[in-house]
Design a protein around this ligand. Structure first.
Ligand code: FES
Length: 106
């Protein structure tokens, strides 16, 4: 599989379906930024949280974060148990049919 489907709910609640190529060197923020869903201001350095999104999935393994991401998310008023920073999610076939909701800016 070289392509995956990603379902995106934007900040206005509108749903979008993206069919994207898997590039293992890319992360989810880079894909979402290319469609203007988010800013990704720090370029994926885990420093800005402008790539904050909510993961709507039964498989909770995608919610596992490292300490650096956890610390950044903890600073946000809008953090939820299913929050992730998209820049910390590598593109992979495991993301196929994922549903994500773009978080509002804090
Ligand atoms: S792009 Fe800055 S934290 Fe993800």
């Amino acid at each position: 599989m070289n392509k995956i489907n990603i379902n995106v709910i934007d900040q206005s609640g509108k749903k979008h379906n993206l069919n994207v190529d898997i590039h293992p060197e890319m992360n989810l923020m880079e894909v979402l930024r290319s469609y203007d869903f988010m800013e990704g201001a720090c370029g994926g350095m885990c420093l800005c949280a402008t790539c904050h999104c909510y993961i709507l999935a039964d498989d909770k393994s995608i919610l596992i974060k490292n300490d650096e991401e956890d610390a950044m998310l903890d600073q946000l008023f809008s953090v939820q148990s299913n929050s992730r920073l998209a820049c910390q999610i590598p593109l992979s076939k495991e993301l196929d049919n994922l549903i994500i909701k773009i978080a509002s800016a804090d």
